[in-house]
Structures are given as structure tokens and as C-alpha cells.
Ligand binder design. Structure first.
Ligand SMILES: Cc1ncc(COP(=O)(O)O)c(C=O)c1O
Length: 337
């Protein structure tokens, strides 16, 4: 099976497993796991922030960031298809008592004008906009990459109007590979940003959120409160460190494979959202149900998923350039039928 379902399907390699098996560990809840601490220092340095916190998942990073920056009743602005609002079971509404103020965009990136129209200082009647959530790259919009200038302008405006800003950086390293713009440039305009180890970096789990010392202190309280404090988490952290050392540099390959896949599907006459990173979204031929198309592709040995009325294919370290050609050929067979 050529697995283009998601980059979350990356499997730990033998090298990563060996690093995990050899990890020095301790009680993370007591701050005594040396490998987790090493990972947190590494991430804080990489992102140019005062500190970082290792958490079991990216979803928990979103929950913790929102809890740390808001009070119940606050508004959190995000894009209308943001993962934090659409794909986390309503978690932040349930846990933090916030509501989302979604902004509709074409490519996942709102403008300062759109943001300015909804930012609210709050009063007895209206909610305060406490936080603006960005997503880099934007998953459900097509793996799209925020233009840096717009990203900065949005963050600056939020700050001028008293709101904090954080970035769901589940795939920020794919944006770095796509643009050549260093990760610290995506980090410095925002108050907090997190990175995921279980996607392109190939780890089995875990994510780390970075921010100021004060933010990390508040975030750590919510990490405990939400049940995210761990014990011998160094085993996971070792996988994450291995991913940073060995797989960060190869994300450009995934982006290139997605570009080739996009070309191949376009050449078959399919309507494709031009890939900007490691995701390809396309519309099946007129009159074809995306789920039925996906089922037919599964029979041809290609796994992918229907997402928001389209079909999504995600490239990652488990899929080679040769398999991309095979996937294009499989789509061609299904289209022909
Ligand atoms: C944009 C985005 N944010 C957050 C997440 C959640 O990350 P995790 O799977 O580590 O919980 C995902 C997962 O695919 C994602 O695509």
C-alpha cells in the first residue's frame, strides 16, 4: 500500500527505535527526565524562545496554548477551517470555555483588515478577543503557506489591539522547507508556537510548545491540569530528537514529491489545488463521490482520504518518488474507469 493518508502515518525507523531504546530517562513530572529536558532546550533554542514544554500531542499544545492565553468567555480568532476549531472535538470550548471567531479565507490566511474587523477589547456585553490562532502550514486549506509579510502584519495588529498570538506549527518545518525562511522568523512574530514530532519528522508522538518563561509556567500548569504530564517520556523525546537530527533536512523531498504528484494529477485533467508544501488536494471527476473515489484507489493500492469535499494526499518519509509515480498511475486507472 502506498500510504498517502497522512504524514502522521510515518513509522519510526530502525535508527530512531535504537535511539529511543537507548534514551536516558527519569520522572518527567518531577522534571527529572534528562532526554525530555534536552529536547525542550533544543526546541526553545531552535524557535528563539525562553522556554519550551514537551507535550504528548500537537492537539494538547493547542489546548494548553488556548488555556494559558484566555479566560472563560473570551473569543479566539482563527481561520474557518483551522484544525484547532474543526478537528479537536470542540476541546478548547469544553476545557477553556472560549468560543472561536472563524474568519473565512480562500487559502487559510486572513488579512489584517479581516482581523481588525473582529478584534474586540471587550466590555460588559461583548467578549474580549484574547487570542489569535494561526496555522502554518494550513492543513485543510491545502497545506498552504502563510506569506511572511502577511503573517507578521496579522500578528502585529493583534498585539497592538491587546490580543496574544500563537501558531499551530504542526507543519511549520514544511513551510521552512518550502520557503527557505528560517523557523525563527515564523516564531518571532508570535507569543507561542509549537512543533510536532509525529508528522514529517517521523516520530511516534509528542509535540513541543515554545514561548516566554511566563507563558511556559502557565502552560505547564495546564499540562498537569489536562493530564499531559508524563513519566519516562524521554523514550518519546529521544524519537523527537532523532527526527530533528535526521529528518528535518529531508522535508524538501516531501514537498518536491507533492509538487510532482500535483503535476501528474493535473495532467490527468483533475482540478488540483497547487501544492505549496507536502499536501495535494484534488477534486474527483464530475459526478464522482470523493469517498467512492478513495475506495477505488484503495483497491489500486493507494491509501488517501476525502477531506472537505476533495481528496487529500500527503507526502512523507514513508513514500518515495518512485511510489509517487505509481500513485499517479493508479489515479489514472481509476479516472479511466
Ligand atoms: C494543523 C494541525 N494541527 C494540529 C494537529 C494535531 O496534532 P497531533 O496529531 O500531534 O495531535 C494536526 C494533526 O494532523 C494538524 O494537522
Amino acid at each position: 500500500m502506498i500510504d498517502l493518508f497522512s504524514d502522521t502515518h510515518t513509522l519510526p525507523t530502525d535508527g530512531m527505535r535504537a535511539a529511543m531504546a537507548a534514551a536516558e530517562v527519569g520522572d518527567e513530572q518531577l522534571g527529572e527526565d534528562p532526554t525530555t529536558r534536552r529536547l525542550e532546550e533544543r526546541v526553545a533554542g531552535l524557535l528563539g524562545k525562553e522556554g519550551a514544554l514537551f507535550l504528548p500531542s500537537g492537539s494538547m499544545c493547542n489546548k494548553v496554548a488556548i488555556a494559558a492565553f484566555t479566560r472563560p468567555g473570551d473569543a479566539v480568532v482563527c481561520e474557518s477551517r483551522a484544525h484547532v476549531m474543526r478537528a479537536e472535538g470542540g476541546g478548547s470550548a469544553a476545557l477553556s470555555g472560549i468560543f472561536f471567531e472563524p474568519l473565512v479565507t480562500a487559502k487559510g490566511h486572513f488579512t489584517p483588515e479581516q482581523l481588525g474587523a473582529v478584534l474586540n477589547a471587550g466590555n460588559l456585553y461583548q467578549s474580549r478577543t484574547a487570542l489569535v490562532a494561526l496555522e502554518q502550514t494550513h492543513n485543510f486549506a491545502g497545506g498552504t503557506v502563510w506569506p511572511l509579510q502577511q503573517y507578521r502584519a496579522v500578528a502585529d495588529l493583534a498585539h497592538q489591539r491587546g490580543a496574544a498570538v500563537f501558531t499551530d506549527g504542526a507543519r511549520v518545518f514544511n513551510a521552512v522547507a518550502a520557503t527557505g525562511i528560517g523557523v525563527e522568523q515564523w516564531s518571532s512574530p508570535v507569543d507561542a508556537i509549537w512543533v510536532d514530532f509525529s508528522k514529517g519528522l517521523g516520530g511516534p508522538g509528542g509535540a513541543a510548545i515554545a514561548g516566554s518563561r511566563d507563558f511556559i509556567e502557565r502552560a505547564n500548569r495546564f499540562k498537569y491540569l489536562f493530564g499531559g504530564a508524563m513519566r519516562q517520556s524521554g523514550i518519546l523525546a529521544a524519537g523527537a530528537l532523532y527526527g530533528l537530527d535526521h529528518n528535518l533536512g529531508r522535508l524538501a523531498e516531501d514537498n518536491a514529491n507533492a509538487a510532482r504528484l500535483g503535476q501528474g494529477l493535473t495532467a490527468l485533467g483533475l482540478e488540483v489545488i497547487a501544492p505549496e508544501s507536502n499536501m495535494v488536494f484534488f477534486t474527483p471527476p464530475a459526478g464522482t463521490d470523493p469517498a467512492a473515489f478513495v475506495a477505488a484507489l484503495t483497491k489500486e493500492g493507494v491509501r488517501c482520504s476525502p477531506v472537505a469535499g476533495r481528496i487529500r494526499m500527503v507526502t512523507h518519509l514513508g513514500v518515495s518518488a518512485e511510489e509517487i509515480e505509481k500513485a499517479i498511475a493508479a489515479v489514472a486507472r481509476v479516472v479511466k474507469r
